[in-house]
Write a protein that binds this ligand. Sequence first.
Ligand code: FMN
Length: 175
Amino acid sequence: MDAYRNITSLRAIRHFTDQPLPPDSLRRILEAGRWTGSAKNTQPWHFIVVQDRHNLNQLAACGRYASHLRGAAVGVVIVTEPDGFGGFDAGRVSQNMMLAAWADGIGSCIATLHDQLCARTILGLPAEKAAWTAISFGYPDPDDPQTIEGQPRQQVLARLGRRDLDEIVHWEKWT
Ligand SMILES: Cc1cc2nc3c(=O)[nH]c(=O)nc-3n(C[C@H](O)[C@H](O)[C@H](O)COP(=O)(O)O)c2cc1C
């Protein structure tokens, strides 16, 4: 798959088969995160790989829409600095990992860990670190019910698909 098609075909996958990830693919996903660029090349991130089903189930309870972690082959938690560019860093790392996975036919979805106390306790996170984002990885279920927390996606999401380019691109100025 070429890079452009990989980017434009990446969709959130929330239902997975039981097939485990080959160690080589997991390694490529983590390497894709490691090679992400950062301000002054500080690389202010750590990745917690969660494969134990009990731990995945516990983590799934830390977000309002995180139940897809229950069925993931692997969850990866992005640990960042709590201030500054933490959210930006987590976003870049996540996208790189998700694109690398997709290139290997592996689906993924972000889970926001809204309940920070829950996440921090389960992960044993030190006070000076933050972890708002976990990513589920696994092979897409061919019988995906296309639901989020059991509800049709369109009832949870702002919209399906993407806004038109004309609606979001401005040339030179806002108006
Ligand atoms: C910052 C961020 C947080 C997200 N949090 C969640 C989440 O908690 N649970 C979930 O199921 N999806 C989550 N998503 C995935 C979005 O719902 C998904 O990217 C969006 O609906 C587009 O999906 P599509 O590419 O399949 O069209 C999140 C995405 C982003 C960028």
